[in-house]
Design a protein around this ligand. Structure first.
Ligand SMILES: *Cc1c(COP(=O)(O)O)cnc(C)c1O
Length: 382
C-alpha cells in the first residue's frame, strides 16, 4: 500500500495497531494478453467435468435451506480415496491407507493454513524466500514469524536450520516443497531430517505441497506414519485447475485434524463447494490430464530461458524463477522491475516476487508461453 493509502485509515477506525501499516495480499491484477502471474492452471475445465459438477451442484440446490454437512464427511472420504490411489501409491511400496479422519478440507489451502495457525502454538518460522502467505497469515493473527534464509541457490542449509531450531524452538515450522517462488523441490532425506529436528523439541512441521502434482519427487505424506507432528497441506487450486472453487486440505494424524476443528467456523465449507469438489475429484483423471502438458511446457520454457543465458532455477512446479539479468542485458542494462514492465508493455503479466534480481513466470498455454518468450527476446535484443 502506498503511503497516501496508508494515511487513509480514519482516526475513528479502531484498527489493530499491527495492521495499520499492512496492505491486503494480492498480485496486481491488470489486463494482459497473457496473465502468467498467479500460478493458475491455464486450461479451462473440460466439458464433461463441467457437466459432472453442474449435476452435483443441482442435486444439492433444493436443500440449500439447510446448513451443509459441517464435517464434510463425504468430501473427506473422496479426498482420502484420491490420496490413497494417486499420491500414496507413488510415494511408497506398501499401501499407507488414509481415511476421512486424516483429512481436513477448507476454502483453499490458505484457510487450512490459517486454521493450523489458530489452533497451534505461539511462535512460527519458515524458510525465506518462500510462500509469502505463511508470514502474512501468522502476523495477521498476532503471531510473529521468523525467517530462516535459504542459500543463494535457494537450497536449505541444514546446519543453520539446526542452530535456529535449537535456539528458537518455533511451534510451527513451514516448509514449502516444491517451493514457491523458487520452484525448487527439497530432497526427501532433507525433509525427513527437518521433520525429526522439529519433532524433537515438540514442534509441528507443516509441509505445503501446493504444487505436489507437478513434481517428480515423492510426496512427504508417508512421513505422517512415522512422525505424528507432520501436517501436509495440499490444494485443488493449481494442478486440478480449481482455483475459483476454493478447495484445499490438510492430511495429518486424526488428533491433529480433531484439533483443527476447534477453530473452524461452523459450516465453513458451503454445500455448493462440497458438491463441486466431490464431482471434480470423481473426474481427477481428466482434470489432471493437463499436468503432464504443463510440465513439458515448463521444460521448454526453461530451455529457452537458458538459451537466452538467463539463470534458471530448476522447477518442480508450474512456474519458473529466472534471473541473471545483468549478464544477459549488458548492452542495455535492465533490472527485474524494468523487464517486468517491458513484458507488460508486450501484454505479458508475470510476477516480481520481491527477490532482487529474479522474476517468476507461471507456465501458461503454449501460445502464452510463446508470447512470453518472443517478447523477452525482443526486450533483450536477441
Ligand atoms: C497457491 C498456493 C497455495 C494455495 O492456495 P489456495 O488457493 O488457497 O489453496 C498454498 N501454498 C502455496 C505455496 C501456494 O503457492
Amino acid at each position: 500500500m502506498t503511503d497516501d493509502k496508508r494515511a487513509r485509515w480514519p482516526e475513528w477506525l479502531p484498527l489493530r495497531h499491527e495492521l495499520r501499516d499492512r496492505s491486503p495480499y494480492g498480485a496486481p491484477q491488470v489486463e494482459a494478453r497473457a496473465r502468467l502471474n498467479t500460478n493458475e492452471n491455464p486450461h479451462p475445465l473440460p466439458p464433461s467435468v463441467i457437466e459432472a459438477i453442474t449435476a452435483s451442484i443441482s442435486a444439492n440446490l433444493r436443500d440449500l435451506n439447510r446448513y451443509p454437512d459441517r464435517d464434510a464427511w463425504q468430501l473427506r472420504t473422496v479426498l482420502a480415496g484420491y490420496i490413497n490411489e494417486r499420491i500414496t501409491h507413488a510415494a511408497t511400496d506398501s499401501p499407507q491407507v488414509f481415511k476421512a479422519e486424516n483429512i481436513w478440507p477448507a476454502n483453499g489451502s490458505n484457510e487450512v493454513l490459517q486454521s493450523i495457525l489458530l489452533a497451534f502454538g505461539e511462535s512460527v518460522a519458515g524458510f525465506s524466500p518462500s510462500y509469502s502467505m505463511h508470514p502474512i497469515l501468522s502476523e495477521a493473527i498476532g503471531k510473529s514469524f521468523k525467517a530462516v534464509p535459504l542459500r543463494g541457490d535457494f537450497t536449505p542449509d541444514l546446519a543453520i536450520l539446526r542452530g535456529f531450531l535449537t535456539a528458537k524452538k518455533p511451534t510451527i515450522f513451514f516448509l514449502t516443497t516444491p517451493n514457491n517462488p523458487t520452484g525448487r523441490a527439497m530432497e526427501s532425506n532433507e525433509i525427513r531430517e527437518i521433520a525429526e529436528m522439529v519433532a524433537e523439541y515438540g514442534g509441528l512441521l507443516v509441509i505445503d505441497e501446493a504444487y505436489g502434482e507437478f513434481s517428480d519427487c515423492e510426496s512427504s505424506i508417508a512421513l505422517i506414519h512415522q512422525i505424528p507432528s507432520v501436517i501436509i497441506v495440499r490444494t485443488m487450486s493449481k494442478a486440478f485447475a480449481f482455483a475459483g472453487a476454493r478447495v484445499g486440505y490438510a492430511i495429518a494424524r486424526p488428533e491433529v485434524i480433531d484439533a483443527l476443528q476447534l477453530v473452524r467456523l461452523p459450516y465453513h465449507l458451503s454445500a455448493i463447494t462440497q458438491a463441486a469438489a466431490i464431482a471434480a475429484l470423481g473426474q481427477s483423471e481428466l482434470l489432471l490430464a493437463e499436468v503432464d502438458r504443463i510440465k513439458q511446457e515448463r521444460e521448454r520454457v526453461a530451455q529457452a530461458l537458458r538459451a537466452l543465458r538467463f539463470d534458471v532455477i530448476p522447477s518442480d512446479a508450474n512456474f519458473i524463477l529466472f534471473g541473471g539479468f545483468s549478464a544477459v542485458m549488458h548492452d542495455a542494462p535492465l533490472d527485474g522491475p524494468a523487464i517486468w514492465r517491458a513484458l507488460l508493455d508486450h501484454g505479458v503479466l508475470i510476477r516480481d516476487v520481491g527477490i532482487d534480481g529474479w522474476l517468476r513466470v507461471t507456465i501458461g498455454t503454449s501460445e502464452e508461453n510463446d508470447l512470453f518468450l518472443d517478447s523477452l527476446r525482443l526486450i533483450v535484443g536477441q
